[in-house]
Ligand binder design. Structure first.
Ligand SMILES: Cc1cc2nc3c(=O)[nH]c(=O)nc-3n(C[C@H](O)[C@H](O)[C@H](O)COP(=O)(O)O)c2cc1C
Length: 197
């Protein structure tokens, strides 16, 4: 409960590195998550240093292409300024964890209902794994940001990474240089309903 309450999205990081053994501990927490049919459909690719810089330059090119060139997500253009902001955060954080659904495929390909159900279960499993990662990082004193804005540069990123599955997002990891207040939550009564008989 302590780590659950302490975790907050961190959008400002110190330059300080994250110890390799801590990265491993954090990712092992992710591997302990439950998964549908125990498929463990996650893969985590860790970028630091020049590899991170190069990948984020690729993401930036994708964001500019989405803004000024061929738009793949035309109804989501309002989200682009936030994506550029997320990119700045990813550049500041010393560690970038890219998250792949190894059973998934590009969201630009059509899938049938059965494939969609499998994809939902795999996505949920990866979400559980990501939350374990965020909580383990919190307990070790690090800050994290769960990121989905990679979607705007989907094809550029997957081509650069050589991803065979589906890129589902990323996590920024590092030592926080901000301590934000908890973000608001909906009322308990709005999200929970008890039913008897
Ligand atoms: C699937 C997912 C994707 C997210 N993507 C982004 C993102 O791309 N950029 C960002 O700044 N925050 C992102 N967030 C963080 C949310 O904005 C944040 O969790 C929410 O506002 C609640 O704040 P808290 O994490 O501090 O409790 C994402 C969170 C989730 C769960």
């Amino acid at each position: 409960m302590n780590a659950i309450a302490a975790r907050k999205s961190i959008r400002k990081y110190k330059a300080e590195d994250v110890k390799k053994e801590d990265i491993e501990t954090i990712l092992r927490a992710g591997m302990l998550a439950p998964s549908a049919k125990n498929r463990q459909p996650w893969k985590y690719i860790i970028y630091t240093g020049a590899a991170k810089k190069n990948l984020l330059d690729v993401m930036e090119r994708g964001l500019y292409r989405e803004r000024d060139g061929e738009r793949r997500l035309p109804n989501s253009q309002h989200g682009l300024p936030d994506a550029f902001h997320t990119l700045r955060i990813m550049r500041q954080a010393p560690v970038l964890i890219m998250i792949e659904n190894t059973n998934g495929q590009s969201p630009y390909r059509e899938i049938d209902p059965e494939q969609r159900i499998t994809e939902i279960c795999d996505t949920l499993s990866i979400g559980a794994s990501v939350e374990n990662i965020l909580l383990a990082a919190t307990e070790l004193g690090y800050g994290t940001l769960w990121i989905a804005n990679t979607c705007f540069a989907y094809e550029e990123l997957t081509a650069s990474m050589g991803t065979k599955g589906q890129l589902v997002g990323a996590i920024s990891l590092g030592v926080a240089s901000e301590h934000p207040s908890p973000r608001p939550r909906k009322d308990f009564s709005e999200v929970v309903e008890f039913r008897q008989e």
